[in-house]
Design a protein around this ligand. Structure first.
Ligand code: Q0Z
Length: 297
């Protein structure tokens, strides 16, 4: 599909286009990644489901943002984008957003120990400068959610966890404190909503910006996608069992099939069987329906 705007950034599974000086279009594809590779087989509806989830979360998180004097970047989505010249085939997978000056840190909140957090913890008993109690294992719930920021890696690299002082260096002390406080508040509200829907929101990554202004002192603006399975770890609450890696709510069929086939971490990533694609699509749709209480159409 050709988009009548200039491409300004491209991620593994999404693209960003410039609509005008003040606005961007974020377009989510149906591509899926696993074990750091983008698979050649798309998952039908994934882009539309993740876009609908982000849009829903922006609405849910409005009160938390307002309490913190913050805003979000979403301007419009869906059919309203036809008036902006977005092709009908893309409206469902696109968000029109305010163009921000993005802050150069990834704002990670963790309520559970997993992945690189577990590795760090096993080495040092902490995640960078955030100490954790003894006795935690992969999948443990943390006594309190923690802010574990990271740098934005170059394409092909992994984000690297940084101490809070690194955030202070990057954005200043006041803004760093505001990022930590808002990130944790957004995570707590997201995790509470997810828990009510039978989903553990183990961790997530937010990106913030500020509106371009000469003074540069505007409010924090929540950007990017929010609380999707691509920016977060979603686990089914029913199978949560600390002590081993938890099944991913969305990607477990893909991971299991790649592992069973001996094709995890093998290049080039293989085509997925139809049944794995269908089961994975069902999981994305289920996540949407379970979280929002709305029927997917
Ligand atoms: C976010 C990214 C994606 C690749 C640019 N509101 C904003 N203002 C300015 N910049 C951005 C945003 Cl969201 C922005 N990214 C991350 C998103 C594909 C990279 F869809 N890049």
């Amino acid at each position: 599909m050709t988009v009548p705007f200039e491409l300004v950034a491209r991620g593994k599974v999404r693209e960003v286009y410039a609509v005008d000086d003040d606005r961007l279009l974020l377009v989510a594809s149906d591509r899926i990644s696993a074990y750091d590779a983008v698979l050649p087989t798309p998952v039908p509806d994934k882009g539309r489901v993740l876009t609908a989830l982000s849009v829903w979360w922006f609405e849910q998180l409005g009160p938390v943002l307002a309490e913190h004097g913050a805003e979000h970047h979403l301007l419009a989505a869906g059919d309203a984008l036809l008036a902006e010249g977005v092709p009908a085939e893309l409206t469902g997978r696109s968000m029109l957003v305010r163009r921000l000056e993005m802050l150069p840190v990834e704002c990670v909140a963790r309520g559970y120990l997993s992945g690189s957090g577990t590795q760090e913890y096993q080495r040092s008993g902490a995640i960078v400068d955030v100490p954790l109690p003894a006795g935690l294992v992969e999948g443990s719930r943390l006594p309190e959610p923690v802010f574990t920021p990271s740098t934005k890696a170059e394409v092909g690299e992994h984000d690297e966890a940084i101490p809070f002082a690194g955030v202070v260096d990057a954005v200043g002390a006041d803004r760093a404190e505001a990022l930590r406080s808002l990130t944790l508040a957004l995570y707590r509200r997201g995790a509470e909503i997810a828990e009510q829907a039978g989903i553990v929101l183990a961790d997530t990554k937010f990106e913030f910006g500020i509106l371009p202004s000469p003074a540069g002192a505007g409010p924090l603006v929540l950007g990017d996608e929010v609380l999707t399975p691509d920016s977060s770890r979603f686990w089914p609450a029913i199978t949560w069992s600390p002590g081993a890696p938890q099944p991913s709510f969305d990607k477990q069929y893909v991971r299991d099939w790649l592992t069973t086939s001996g094709l995890d971490r093998v290049a080039p990533a293989p085509e997925l069987p139809e049944a794995v694609v269908a089961a994975t699509r069902d999981r994305y749709v289920k996540a949407y329906e379970q979280l929002t209480g709305q029927h997917w159409t």
